[in-house]
Design a protein around this ligand. Structure first.
Ligand code: J2J
Length: 539
């Protein structure tokens, strides 16, 4: 599959000439790792049967090729989309590498997603299969996937890892073209429906190699996958792919909690881990209390949401590790503080881009022609570069506003740049709530609430939260105030529609009218801003 919104020829040529796009593909990455690091451990962790596994690169390569053959036997073909809906288990790597080896395209769902999201991914990507587990997090994933398969015509197979994966004689890896789409990643989203992000071998693997370099990864690296493996941060910044590029070892954590993870750090000799700020906070608190011996831990990466400077300052002393701030997005651009940056950069900024050819423009969010603000001033961040998409998958209408005419992605983030080119994230203009790194599109949740027969209208806003940074608050206008559903009913209603728990509003407030937001036509944005403001004033 090729990109619907390809990089212009001139840009593609420039990225190749600069040595960013090398022509390396996913199958090449695994083949190289198996050749150069065959006997080294690739992944360590508890499998779907809770048995401890430790697979070398040679073993992982063999498993991937057998699975590719098994999938082919079921009729899965190169170019087909397959929704991967798995927790952090070693088999996660087996499955994604089996798909890459076959040339099928993973669609990376999160373990927290539920039936309605999986159904949507399957429909939108016309997936032929879903790979999942029987049960995870007290939820019957396999049953949900089977219901989806019954309804969505394209889905022919539901593969349940703990029931056994298909296998065959090791397949010869596929040979995709480097500008083919390698997979579909998920966007946090700002609209009613999540967007899918097409990433090519060339663009993504450039970001992976460069990230591994920036983070100083070596064959001695031991990376703890504490956040969901499918998240772009865990996958590629430098993540499990960066570690595999370097020949290091991925440790899969069954849960991100500090008991589990700090023990794994000590037992497995973890050198680097990636977390969101609320998780960093609980790890730090646990370490401050118990002073565990974590001699191997060199780097704690914190990203996905803003890491406040107070939390940032506690990380080094508590964990004995260097903090690295990471400001990235599944659409592309990733910024890192560098490991040798001075404290003021590491504690107070979200770092600078991977590539000299990442273009960052900071513009007045109210300017119709995207006028740049003065250097150092706050504005909306637009970006373009060698690993940032030029358009979402099958979303021409949304693309018309999400990208500028000259191909810059509107990140929706408010930032300023310091004199050293480091980005400081100060807020956002997009209609999204960042719930401790989990992204919630206000409109998506509003649509779920409005599906309730007794609801006339709903507006979902982010309100400050000490632990998560933000949490969600839904204002609901009932059709008939005398027969208004209760907040608990409405939260249950949203959950029962089969959406990820993190999208269920943290609080629901039933109101008789939305506050006036001035004269004339009220936009959703103004309404949400007024409601968020009202909440802040109440505090
Ligand atoms: C403030 N906001 C941040 C940060 C992301 C690496 C790291 C994170 C992601 C990710 C990723 C932030 N401070 N340090 O894909 O490769 C918010 C911004 C951004 C959005 C992207 C990676 N780090 N954010 O979080 O696609 O609002 O990617 O635009 O999930 O998260 O979200 P997502």
């Amino acid at each position: 599959m090729k990109l619907e919104n390809p990089y212009p020829d001139e840009a593609a040529r420039r990225y190749r000439d600069a040595g960013y796009w090398t022509g390396q593909t996913f199958p090449d990455l695994l083949a190289t790792a198996a050749r150069e690091h065959g006997g080294r451990p690739a992944v360590v962790g508890r499998d779907v049967h809770r048995q401890r596994q430790r697979w070398t690169y040679a073993e992982l390569d063999d498993r991937a090729r057998r699975l590719a053959a098994g999938l082919a036997g079921l009729g899965v073909a190169p170019g087909d989309r397959v929704v991967v809906w798995l927790p952090n288990v070693p088999e996660y790597l087996e499955v994604i590498w089996g798909l890459f080896t076959l040339g099928a395209l993973p669609v990376f769902a999160l373990p927290a997603h539920r039936e309605s999201e999986i159904r949507y991914f399957c429909e939108h990507a016309e997936a032929v299969a879903v790979v999942t587990v029987t049960r995870h997090d007290r939820h019957d994933h396999a049953d949900a996937a089977r219901r989806v398969a019954k309804d969505v015509a394209s889905v022919r197979e539901v593969l349940v890892v703990d029931e056994g994966l298909p296998t065959g004689e090791p397949a010869t890896p596929s040979a995709p073209e480097p500008d083919d789409v390698a997979f579909l990643q998920l966007s946090g989203g700002t609209t009613g429906l999540p967007k899918l992000i097409p990433r090519t071998h060339d663009d993504y693997l450039y970001s992976v190699r460069a990230s591994a370099d920036i983070c100083g990864l070596t064959p001695g690296t031991v990376f703890l996958a504490a956040l969901p493996a499918a998240h772009n941060f865990t996958m590629s910044s430098p993540g499990l792919l960066g570690v595999m590029h370097a020949g290091g070892c991925v440790v899969t954590a069954p849960s991100p909690d500090p008991d589990t993870c700090l023990r794994l750090v000590a037992d497995e000799g973890v050198t680097i881990a990636a977390v969101v700020p609320p998780l960093a906070a609980v790890w730090v608190a646990a370490a401050e209390k118990n002073s565990p011996e974590l001699p191997t831990l060199e780097v704690l990466q914190v990203g996905g949401a803003k890491c406040g400077s107070e939390l940032a300052a506690r990380i080094g002393p508590a964990l004995g590790a260097t903090l690295q701030q990471v400001f990235g997005m599944a659409e592309g651009l990733v910024n890192y503080t560098r490991l040798d940056d001075p404290d003021d950069v590491v504690l107070h900024t979200q770092g600078r881009p991977i590539s000299p050819d990442d273009e960052l423009r900071v513009v007045d969010p109210d300017s119709p022609d995207d006028r740049e603000v003065a250097p150092g001033e706050v504005g909306a961040l637009l970006t373009r570069g060698p690993y940032t998409i030029r358009g979402y998958y099958r979303a021409p209408e949304h693309n018309a506003t999400a990208f500028t005419a000259d191909g810059f992605y509107r990140t929706g983030d408010l930032v300023r740049l310091d004199p050293g080119g480091n980005v400081v994230v100060t807020g956002r203009v997009k209609e999204q709530i960042n719930r401790g790194g989990e992204k919630v599109a206000a409109e998506e949740v509003e649509n779920h609430l409005m599906a309730h027969a007794a609801v006339l209208d709903a507006a979902v806003v982010g309100v400050p939260d000490e632990f998560l940074g933000e949490r969600t608050h839904a204002y609901v206008l009932p059709r008939d105030p005398d027969e208004a559903p209760s907040p608990a009913d409405l939260r249950r209603f949203v959950r029962d529609r089969g959406v990820a728990a993190y999208k269920v509003p943290d609080a629901v407030e039933v109101v008789t009218s939305f506050p006036a937001t001035g004269v004339g036509k009220t936009s959703r944005r103004e309404l949400r801003a007024a409601l968020a403001q009202r909440h802040t004033e109440q505090r």
